[in-house]
Ligand binder design. Structure first.
Ligand SMILES: [Zn+2]
Length: 171
């Protein structure tokens, strides 16, 4: 997984998007990238999908999964769009994105899923804004209180926040 490439991709998108108030408005960003967002009453454990038809991209997300999960799903699918649209025109994601990938996945597919998760995490919790908020709260980052507070500010799950903070080496 090429973290540098994903980070520069995310930074370019955020630079083009002036509104940097928190939480990051992921639907607005996706729409500004020309992607349509559609809530679906999805079944069969599907969280989200990206479909590209005749150059037109649509993200569908499972509306029954709650706001935080939906935000992460939309960001994950936008990651597939920005990073992988040359490789496939259809991505279907099952629930529990953070669960280790299902055994049937090819190595290529596993990398794409990791990349889309990393993209989602980086765009919902931009490094500079995360560092700023961490400085502001001034609570021990290893405490549940700090993680919960940051998760609320960025509107992500505490699990997603913990993964982000540790991947940035801030813990
Ligand atoms: Zn995916």
């Amino acid at each position: 997984m090429n973290l540098k490439l994903i980070n520069s991709n995310v930074n370019a998108i955020l630079r083009g998007f002036q509104d940097m108030t928190l939480p990051i408005d992921i639907e607005k960003i996706a729409k500004a990238r020309g992607v349509e967002i559609v809530p679906f009453p999805m079944t069969d454990g599907v969280s989200g999908m990206l479909a590209i038809q005749e150059g037109k991209a649509t993200i569908g997300y499972n509306q029954s999964e709650g706001k935080l999960r939906s935000r992460f799903t939309i960001a994950h699918e936008l990651g597939h769009y920005e990073l992988h649209k040359d490789k496939s025109h259809l991505f279907v994601d099952k629930q529990f994105i953070y669960r280790s990938q299902s055994s049937g996945d090819t190595p290529d597919k596993k990398v794409m899923e990791q990349e889309a998760n990393y993209f989602a995490s980086a765009i919902l919790m931009p490094t500079s804004l995360l560092r700023r908020e961490i400085d502001k709260i001034d609570i021990d980052l290893r405490s549940e209180e700090a993680i919960d507070k940051l998760a609320r500010i960025f509107q992500v799950s505490p699990t997603a926040m913990t993964v982000r903070i540790s991947s940035l080496g801030l813990l």
